[in-house]
Ligand binder design. Structure first.
Ligand code: NAD
Length: 498
């Protein structure tokens, strides 16, 4: 596989024409109000496009189109195997367009082009393919009954699914939801984050080429408080699946209660503990993993290993190793294939990260790396890799999700102390533990309140594994076969024979 070089990516960026319309009923359309909003490139701070600012009227049009497609049955009643073939075709088209899609993520999010190309796009295609391959392997159930009865438990698509997603992995987060929802036979209405509409709009276009009937896959662009809330409150949407902050996730629960009690699935924030015991089997690997899992994607990751819990006796030595690796993450032009730290998504998020850094200093934490910002070629929202030590778990920087390249290190005395600190959080998304002791590993895996626990690694990426949170990190899971059932109603049928 030959990938473009820096000059080629720059040329692609210059030539790229941003999509400005929403996608409803198989067509690109302006917002009915004619209103638009601006997207910017966070690396240049320049405006990139005026995109359709949809509101409740556009959502209504999208719901009508999605409902008509669902009731028409071309997709919802298609044999699962045939739906699977079309999903796999879409996965193939994503790979064929991988450079273009990566460019879109790079320009909208500010993330390094190679990370977008090798992680976001490949993983998005893999999710579409996996659900395409899986959907005809599922079976329904027949229960034990008297001879004159046939009683079955079947799963039916719910209908119209509203998909509201964030900006950090725009296409990937959407595909983790769209792929199982579509595989199950639903129609979808996707609302990308206002900052990052491009890749999802392109996916909708590719879906038509792959063979999806019109109206099955709609994209409504615009602001959360307008387009997002209209999806949440719509009386003819059957299910909401959301990835984003805990605060907005709670709003979706309210929207459901205020409207038609639609099902709500939430993937929300995290403040994830990564526990390093003094008997860690491989300090270099653990240090590399600790650094990569907070500085990758500028730390804008729900599953970031953002709280480093390190045993007191190895504290300084271990933090020093992580800091050395952190220094190798250098802010650069996201279009340069060598760049390993991109720009922060926008000015608001940049200011939010900086205010957390100030708060950390105010509250008495000690900066051991970074804490400052920079520009690349005179522009951009760049935050240098930052590490705090001497952090207490009650400090703001240990409790709240920073969503930036900021690691907070907290020391502990023994495994009980570590688990107590780890669980003392409103969140419970992911966790890691590094130890040679199988008893300690087992205890941690059992007692950590998190949807995913990694032992001697920090990873939760395999599509076959469920990904979801305990506590205020969410409700339900993305990925794996478990995600498909979220988008179905269970029906019991009792057939009494003569
Ligand atoms: P956000 O909650 O601000 O926005 C997410 C989506 O909700 C966007 O599409 C936005 O337009 C929409 N929205 C915003 N306000 C709304 C409202 N009032 N009504 C309806 N919709 C509204 O999140 P973000 O800043 O885009 O993303 C960062 C957050 O996402 C972080 O908290 C991160 O942890 C979380 N996240 C979680 C996961 C996971 O799988 N658990 C994955 C990625 C990101």
């Amino acid at each position: 596989m030959t990938l473009p070089d820096y000059a080629a990516w720059q040329k692609m960026a210059t030539d790229f024409r941003h999509q400005t319309k929403a996608f409803i009923g198989g067509e690109f359309v302006d917002a009915l109000s004619g209103k638009t909003y601006e997207t910017i490139n966070p690396a240049t701070e320049k405006m990139t496009a005026h995109v359709a600012a949809c509101d409740g009227h556009d959502v209504d049009a999208a719901v009508k189109s999605a409902r008509a497609a669902f009731n028409g049955g071309h997709w919802s009643r298609m044999a699962p195997r045939d739906r699977g073939v079309i999903l796999q075709k879409l996965a193939g088209l994503v790979i064929e367009n991988a450079d273009l899609l990566a460019l879109m993520e790079c320009l909208n999010v500010g993330k390094p082009i190679m990370e977008a190309r090798m992680a976001d796009i490949n993983l998005a295609a893999a999710a579409l393919k996996w659900y395409g391959e899986a959907i005809d392997k599922l079976t329904d159930e027949i229960i034990a009954t008297p001879d004159n009865v046939r009683a079955s438990i079947t799963h039916e698509p719910m209908g119209v699914v509203g998909v509201v997603v964030p900006w950090n992995f725009p296409l990937l987060m959407a595909c983790w939801k769209i792929a199982p929802a579509l595989a199950a036979g639903n129609s979808v209405i996707v609302k990308p984050s206002e900052q990052t509409p491009q890749s999802i709009l392109k996916l909708a276009e590719l879906a038509i080429l792959a063979g999806f009937p019109e109206g099955v896959f709609n994209v409504v662009t615009g602001h959360g408080a307008e387009a997002g809330a209209a999806i949440g409150l719509h009386n003819d949407i059957d299910c909401l699946t959301f990835t984003g902050s805990t605060a907005i996730g709670k709003k979706f629960l309210e929207y459901s209660g205020q409207s038609n009690m639609k099902a709500v699935w939430l993937e929300c924030g995290g403040k994830n503990p990564n526990i390093v015991m003094a008997d860690c089997p491989d300090m270099d690997k653990a240090a590399m993993s600790a650094a990569n899992n907070i500085f990758f994607n500028q730390g804008e990751i729900c599953a970031a290993a953002s709280r480093l819990l390190v045993e007191e006796k190895i504290r300084d030595e271990f933090i020093e190793r992580v800091a050395e690796i952190g220094k190798t993450r250098v802010p650069g032009d996201p279009l340069d294939p060598k760049t390993n730290l991109g720009a922060i998504v926008d000015c608001n998020q940049f200011n939010k990260i900086n205010s957390y850094i100030e708060k950390g200093v105010e509250e008495g934490a000690e900066l051991v790396l970074g804490g400052d910002t920079t520009k690349v070629n005179g522009s951009g929202y760049y935050v240098n890799p930052t590490i705090f030590k001497n952090v207490r778990n009650d400090m703001t920087i240990a409790r709240e999700e920073i969503f930036g390249p900021v690691l907070v290190a907290i020391s502990f005395t023994d495994i009980d102390d570590a688990i107590r600190i780890a669980n003392d959080s409103p969140y419970g998304l992911t966790a890691g533990i590094w130890t040679r002791d199988i008893n300690v590993a087992h205890k941690a895996a059992r007692d950590l309140q998190a949807g995913s626990v990694s032992i001697n690694s920090y990873s939760s990426i395999d599509i076959a594994l469920p990904f979801g949170g305990y506590k205020q990190s969410g409700i339900g899971v993305d990925k794996s076969l478990h995600a498909i059932r979220k988008y179905t109603n269970i029906k019991s049928t009792w057939l009494e024979l003569d």
